[in-house]
Design a protein around this ligand. Sequence first.
Ligand code: NDP
Length: 310
Amino acid sequence: MPLFDALPRTAFDPGLWVDGKKLMGKKLAELLRHHIKEETAKTSLKPGLAVILVGADAASQIYVAGKEKAALELGFDSRIVRLPADVTQEALVSEIHRFNLDNSIHGILVQLPLPEHLNESQILQAITAEKDADGFHYLNQGKLAAGIAATLPCTPAGVALMLRELVASNGVHHADLIGRHAVVVGRSNIVGKPMAQLLLSGLNMTVTMCHSKTHNLQRFVADADVLISATGVRGVIDESQIKAGAIVIDVGMHRIDGKVTGDLNLAAIESRVSLYTPVPGGVGPMTIAMLLYNTYQNAMRAAGNTRQIA
Ligand code: NDP
């Protein structure tokens, strides 16, 4: 199956979620959640999402609460397991195994980051590929690398869906991205690498990946038709170098003086770019919507129904 078959087959009117130059992920995510809810209601399925939270990190607690609320709103079963910060690797893996064997659970997520003493990759790989809600299982990562439909990592999948929605629409926001230059700044396994692969194999873009060792980053920034910032560091991209008419996606999330902001100073580029994601309200809400979509898809597959959302 082609890679983008793993994305919801939606084609919303851009007027419903694009506000001037702003790609309002918050609104697109709402549309998507509503769509998943309707599709789930047509079946007898009750998708189940299990979230394992280790320790008492304040930001993680907020993210987990948001995921639970969103899951319950869709009529999903939601289970949260809270483990102490000093939990052993064995105890955590045994919780995962419990959910692997639980037929009412279709998506398992371990909230990151984990305390230093835990082996993150071993823990993530303990989740079976069939119940992988985050697209981090090596089988799913391998399929993505091969350009085959798989459970996709939620943040880059959410961005890919936004861009595909733009391509699919024939309205004023039609964006023809095929063959254009996408520059991804950041190469993590969670965001940068899968993002590049989705742009390359899914959207047929010409992709450059940049990272902290890239020489003269700004020359790539200046040539980007689509620029994705996923560094988690402010000040890395010189906003004055961004190409006029570019589409800019800011994945970064920073809390400064209690306010959430992205990697970029978006106010400085608004007049020059064609479209951009605001922070907050851009990429973040798409991440949760894709998590729910992945869980729904896992539940459909477990029931022997491989039908995608129409
Ligand atoms: P990582 O820290 O794992 O990766 C950051 C990447 O940025 C690395 O590849 C690093 O390069 C690169 N980088 C760092 N500094 C520079 C620099 N000066 N020049 C060029 N590249 C640089 O972060 P994640 O990928 O996990 O997350 C990135 C951001 O996205 C964070 O702000 C995070 O909060 C946010 N995020 C937001 C989500 C959402 O839902 N909105 C979800 C997930 C993440 P190198 O590999 O060489 O070190």
